[in-house]
Design a protein around this ligand. Structure first.
Ligand code: CUA
Length: 364
């Protein structure tokens, strides 16, 4: 096929053609042409795919552009590497029965300088671009709503410190900047609302922050984006972006609900009545029990842990022990250590009493 090159067979044996060394006359030009076509096709496909759901925050457009730029830069590199690799595998394959060693190659300085310099320049440029975008997104804004986000196995809770409201649903006013201060009570989690794009890990001992401005009214979900245990996939909660007026009235509802209301509360064994103390239903909700357990009175449908509608034996002592020391009695079909071991520390004794009462009542 190719012209014979006596210099090719410099190892041992007679000087003969070896396509593994010389190749065809213009493989580089052909590979470049093929690579350009494949790159263009690859870029077109990559840009045509909707990688993210419709955006709901001001930051989303900039982040989507960053992704597009990354795709435009990385697709040709991928195509280049694959073109050279596949071409070489096909073109320079040893013929059946050819047991000779390959040619001794001691590198190619020019090639190495090129393939270190170009990626270095690209990565540096992309890092600077990313930093500029991040700096812009993280700029402080006036009239920012602070929301403390707390992750724990396997639920999120939200605390609006200035408004003195706690909630298990994330409710945000449209067009008002929000600063999320993200914490965790136990292991690593990652706070992510795909429609807002920005994502941040919840790291034990640290407070991480993200700032964004929701700009589309709607219902979304917080998802946990860090594998955090067996209930990781259930660690989802509702997000609602509402009008300013809607937000204010929601705040008011929350404040009223939190106030010691004289009204009877739950109809069928809802609240804890132990000396007017804590409300068992609220404790159940606030501690994320619903993420893992099915429990009809709370409309909970979790399946990570046992069904609480069928506690056996349904005694106060048994329920209390199962909360404080979950490994003491592991329900058949479940493994130990699924349930966090620290509810005994997290719950006040009033809350624990109320929760036991709440769960016990449902059995009767
Ligand atoms: Cu929390 Cu995954």
């Amino acid at each position: 096929m190719a012209e014979r090159d006596p210099a090719a067979g410099t190892t041992a044996g007679p000087p003969e053609e070896d396509p593994r060394i010389r190749g065809e006359r213009h493989p580089v030009a052909r590979m470049i042409a093929l690579g350009i076509v494949c790159s263009l096709v690859g870029i077109a496909i990559a840009l045509a795919i909707d990688w993210f759901p419709e955006s709901a925050a001001g930051s989303a457009d900039q982040i989507d552009t960053v992704y597009d730029v990354l795709l435009i830069c990385s697709v040709p590199i991928f195509v280049l590497v694959m073109t050279v690799a596949i071409y070489s595998v096909v073109r320079f394959r040893a013929k059946p029965g050819d047991m000779r060693d390959g040619a001794p190659i001691h590198g190619n300085t020019r090639l190495e300088v090129v393939w270190v310099t170009i990626p270095f320049l690209m990565v540096t440029a992309l890092a600077i671009y990313g930093w500029i975008v991040l700096d812009d997104l993280e700029a402080k804004q006036p009239d920012t709503l602070i929301v403390n986000v707390t992750g724990q196995q396997f639920t999120w809770s939200f605390d609006y410190p200035s408004e003195k409201v706690k909630s298990n649903e994330l409710v945000l006013p449209k067009d008002r900047p929000v600063e999320f201060r993200i914490h965790t009570k136990d292991v690593l989690h990652s706070f992510w609302v795909p429609e807002f794009r920005l994502k941040s890990d919840a790291v034990p001992g640290l407070t991480t922050k993200i700032r964004l401005t929701p700009d589309r009214i709607g219902r979304y979900q917080v998802v946990c984006a860090e594998l955090c245990g067996i209930g990781h996939s259930t660690m989802r909660q509702n997000v609602r972006v509402v009008t300013r007026a809607g937000f204010d009235s929601w705040l008011q509802d929350q404040e009223e609900a939190a106030a010691p209301a004289p009204s009877g509360g739950g109809e069928e064994g809802g609240g804890g009545q132990a000396g007017g103390g804590a409300d068992g239903a609220a404790v159940f909700e606030a501690n994320g029990c619903a993420s893992c357990h099915t429990f009809k009175p709370a409309n909970a449908t979790g399946t990570v842990g046992p069904d609480l509608d069928e506690i056996e034996p349904a005694t106060a002592d048994f329920i209390r022990q199962s909360i404080v020391d979950p490994n003491a009695n592991v329900t058949k079909g479940f493994s130990p250590d699924i349930m966090p071991q620290d509810f005994g520390d997290k719950l006040s004794s009033d809350d624990l009493d109320a929760l036991v009462e709440y769960l016990l009542k449902a059995q009767k």
